[in-house]
Design a protein around this ligand. Structure first.
Ligand SMILES: Cc1cc2nc3c(=O)[nH]c(=O)nc-3n(C[C@H](O)[C@H](O)[C@H](O)COP(=O)(O)OP(=O)(O)OC[C@H]3O[C@@H](n4cnc5c(N)ncnc54)[C@H](O)[C@@H]3O)c2cc1C
Length: 248
């Protein structure tokens, strides 16, 4: 059977870092579930499909948002980050993936490395539409403070949603990372103060809380991050069957 393709037009391209952009589109209503990913074809290299995770829940008016990070040497990601323009048309196919939350279920532990935050944000904004969402602990991390590209937005969301507790995790708090003209230009206050920041890898930090047994656990990020986090969670007593994960 022919695969259905939806079309969407870029309306905003925000470069947040040298290697990261947020892209907003409006177009066909794509029938995905919060937490799923889609295949995307972009005009900068239309023959190569790449998987991306919508960062908004499905909307009736066809709004979509993606968070894209450059993979060095990659054929597509760097072009999306650098060259995307309002008016570009993206083709979107084949929503799928198993990251989801039972709104009537136990508390949720989300663990997001880098743009692994995107599907978690889609789920969080969807939960916000229900009358009684479960508690959500969101561990989001990167190597340096600069990698927490959405910290300011999560700080604001946490004030809006009392059931959401974001925990920013940075591998090395003393490492400022390489100079980044986009980051300097934005001059963003990340919201979270020093007493909120936790140092370590996501795997180490999450495992230090002990076993999550009465929880829904979701992990998304690079393949290495997902593997090490799952291994540490299982080693500290979290049952494998309650961990949903999507490696990039
Ligand atoms: C389920 C899923 C959801 C995803 N969602 C997002 C998202 O929301 N935002 C986003 O920015 N990316 C996401 N990705 C990653 C994305 O699909 C691409 O793999 C990534 O953008 C690289 O594409 P590229 O064409 O630039 O690199 P390619 O040309 O495909 O690869 C170039 C080189 O980089 C290596 N490589 C490919 N991907 C990665 C990676 N992720 N980390 C390290 N090395 C890699 C390849 O092995 C190859 O050697 C997701 C991936 C999956 C599987």
């Amino acid at each position: 059977m022919a695969q259905r393709t939806w079309s969407s037009t870029v309306v905003e391209h925000h470069r947040l870092r040298e290697d990261l952009a947020v892209v907003r589109l409006i177009g066909d209503v794509v029938p995905f579930q919060p937490g799923q990913y889609v295949d995307v074809s972009v005009p900068q290299n239309s023959r190569l499909l790449r998987r991306l995770s919508p960062a908004l829940p499905p909307s009736q008016d066809g709004k979509m948002e993606f968070h894209v990070k450059t993979v060095p040497g990659g054929w597509v990601s760097g072009k999306i980050v650098k060259d995307t323009q309002p008016g570009d048309t993206w083709q979107i196919l084949d929503p799928r993936g198993d990251l989801s939350v039972d709104v009537n279920g136990p508390p949720v532990v989300m663990i997001a490395g880098g743009t692994g935050l995107a599907p978690m944000r889609s789920i969080i904004l969807d939960l916000a539409q229900s009358p009684n969402p479960p508690l959500v602990y969101l561990f989001f991390g990167g190597r340096t403070l600069r990698d927490l590209y959405a910290a300011d937005m999560l700080w604001l969301l946490a004030h809006q949603f009392p059931w959401l507790q974001p925990i920013p995790v940075v591998e090395d708090l003393t490492d400022a990372g390489p100079p980044d003209e986009w980051f300097e230009r934005l001059g963003v206050d990340i919201g979270f103060g020093e007493d909120h920041l936790v140092e370590g890898t996501l795997a180490e930090v999450v495992a230090s809380y002990g076993a999550f047994t009465e929880h829904q656990v979701l992990v998304c990020g690079s393949a290495a991050m997902v593997r090490s986090t799952r291994d540490r969670l299982i080693a500290t007593g979290t049952p494998a069957e309650i961990i949903a994960f999507d490696p990039y």
